[in-house]
Write a protein that binds this ligand. Structure first.
Ligand code: URA
Length: 196
């Protein structure tokens, strides 16, 4: 079995934290494992827990539409979450749950070597900034900007933006999210594809 296969198997049988007690299905991630572009959300929600796939509920629909609106196919990128199992009632993941799950995200980054990582929401952004040794301030001042980072020896660019679920019911945030996708995110994804 290749390294991706054994990584997925470890996630599917993981019992490193309490989230394993309530989940229906762990959600390792999906997409092109040869892609140099990674999108990272917070944690699976109800639909993701039922299907074992990331971003397939209402927030996922918006995310897919944003990706397509800037000229890419969702399957040509790699999509995952900081935490691979659904927190009960979609509560925020706790620090020890994030910590327990980090080796999986680090391994995904090591294998994919993404040139760009889009951090969806503040939990993903804060976690990725910490992994890259950068100081996280807040989403309102940092979204839509590109930050150079080295994570697990991989030189990459982190772009924080709003979480699609937060944008669903907030037209102002949705506009900002759309602008981030149409601007800096599109530019960096195009560059990552050209360089590949
Ligand atoms: N929200 C997330 O952060 N991730 C998903 O996979 C779905 C909703």
């Amino acid at each position: 079995m290749d390294e991706w296969g054994s990584l997925v198997n470890s996630i599917l049988s993981c019992k490193r934290c309490r989230l394993s007690e309530h989940r229906k299905n762990p959600v390792p991630g999906e997409g092109d494992t040869n892609s140099r572009v990674m999108l990272v959300g917070e944690a699976p929600g109800e639909r993701e827990d039922e299907t074992g796939r990331p971003f397939v509920g209402a927030a996922g629909k918006l995310l897919t539409e944003l990706i397509e609106s800037i000229g890419f196919k969702r399957e040509s990128l790699y999509i995952t979450n900081v935490v691979k199992c659904r927190p009960p009632n979609n509560r925020d993941p706790e620090d020890d749950e994030i910590k327990a799950c980090l080796p999986y995200l680090l391994k995904q980054i090591e294998l994919l070597k993404p040139r760009v990582i889009v951090a969806l929401g503040r939990h993903a952004a804060r976690t990725l900034f910490e992994l890259g040794g950068l100081k996280w301030v807040n989403m309102s001042s940092m979204h839509g900007k590109a930050f150079n980072a080295v994570i697990n020896g991989v030189h990459t660019v982190i772009i924080p933006t709003f979480h699609p679920a937060a944008a669903l019911y907030n037209p102002g945030l949705k506009d900002e999210l759309r602008k981030d996708f149409e601007g800096v995110i599109r530019k960096h994804i195009e560059e990552a594809f050209k360089a590949s």
